[in-house]
Design a protein around this ligand. Structure first.
Ligand SMILES: [Zn+2]
Ligand SMILES: [Zn+2]
Length: 343
């Protein structure tokens, strides 16, 4: 039985809502060329030209990862206080929730509705995860669903191997531009485009905030035995690196390890362990079967913390119109009927 794939709806938005270079609020924000590196949309040779470059890793694009991992390794020589360690764990889940609930289930798949101020807050919250902007993240994820494990899928372990699907694809120049064509539904909001262009603002806020907090605690609560440097090392670098690999495991391991309930025409798997560490994203075969559902654990025994928290958000009035799993999809599983067929 075929059930409409909501991703297909996004194709229409390419036509009716093409990318309009930012001249929102009545003016165009352009930085001088020497500050261009601060703007994620700055491509001197043109955005389209960069997107059309060969799919190839560039050595210099590994530096940010080496930088992050280097400081995270440095932290391992520095025994953390109980406070720093607890905060690192909290920040892992606090930001994992933002990636799954907002970058993935909202900006990529529109599985529920919210207000304009809340969506800006969600984009900022997700930005704290240091995984670039919401529009960049979601536009590439939509690409993944459109071409799952076929030519055109930018991070398929089946097509390109584990390392490429996990991390390598982010080091290719052609994957740096935001694919605004596929996310016209959100790129019409100037505040979201601004946050996407200057995607280093939320991480900077987090880093400085952690340093200030550690400095304050060292001064006024010495019994906690913490400091600004410790919080930056453990709660920014270590927590961010672990979070990065947690999220990336869905691109890599979720297409390798686990079981398939639905016969999707890709290698997506359901994996309980991955669902635990990613707050529900490990039910990836379910998700590939029906990306438009807000829950990815389709059954009560499939733990999906993000879904439970979104139910709480709904009770608080922050989100609404949560899209359910269609009954046809449940029936399909029970009857073991073939899944959708791609054209
Ligand atoms: Zn996938
Ligand atoms: Zn998805």
């Amino acid at each position: 039985m075929n059930v409409a794939d909501p991703i297909d709806l996004e194709v229409e938005s390419e036509v009716v809502n093409p990318f309009r270079p930012a001249s929102h609020w009545g003016f165009t924000l352009r930085l001088p060329a020497w500050l261009g590196f601060l703007d994620s949309d700055y491509f001197p040779s043109g955005r389209t030209a960069v997107m059309n470059l060969p799919v190839k890793s560039r050595a210099s694009r590994w530096f940010p990862f080496i930088f992050l991992h280097g400081f995270a390794l440095l932290a391992l020589f520095y025994k953390p206080s109980a406070f720093a360690l607890s905060l690192a764990v909290f920040l892992y889940f606090f930001r994992m929730f933002a990636i799954t609930a907002f970058f993935h289930r909202y900006f990529s798949h529109r599985t529920y509705k919210t207000s304009r101020p809340a969506q800006f807050l969600f984009a900022f919250w997700g930005g704290l995860a240091v995984q670039r902007g919401a529009l960049w993240w979601a536009s590439h994820h939509r690409n993944h669903h459109r071409y799952s494990d076929r030519d055109g899928d930018i991070h398929s372990p089946v097509k390109s191997g584990f390392i490429w699907s996990h991390l390598g694809w982010i080091t290719a120049d052609c994957n740096m531009p935001t694919r605004y064509e596929t996310i016209g539904d959100f790129s019409r909001y100037p505040e979201l485009v601004f946050l996407n262009r200057f995607d280093w603002l939320p991480p900077l806020f987090l880093g400085l905030g952690l340093y200030a907090l550690g400095w304050f605690l060292e001064l006024h609560f010495p019994s906690l035995a913490t400091s600004g440097c410790e919080l930056v090392l453990w709660d920014f670098f270590v927590s961010t690196v672990v979070l990065f690999h947690g999220v990336c495991s869905i691109n890599s391991l979720s297409h390798i390890l686990g079981s398939q309930r639905y016969r999707t025409d890709d290698s997506s798997k359901n994996n309980f362990l991955l669902a635990l560490i990613t707050l529900g994203e490990g039910w990836h075969n379910n998700h590939h079967r029906f990306p438009g559902a807000v829950r990815q654990g389709f059954f009560w025994w499939e733990v999906d913390m993000t879904y439970y928290l979104l139910l709480l958000f709904r009770a608080l009035g922050l989100v609404w119109d949560l899209h359910p799993v269609p009954s046809a999809v449940y029936e399909e599983r029970l009857s073991s009927a073939p899944s959708r067929v791609r054209s």
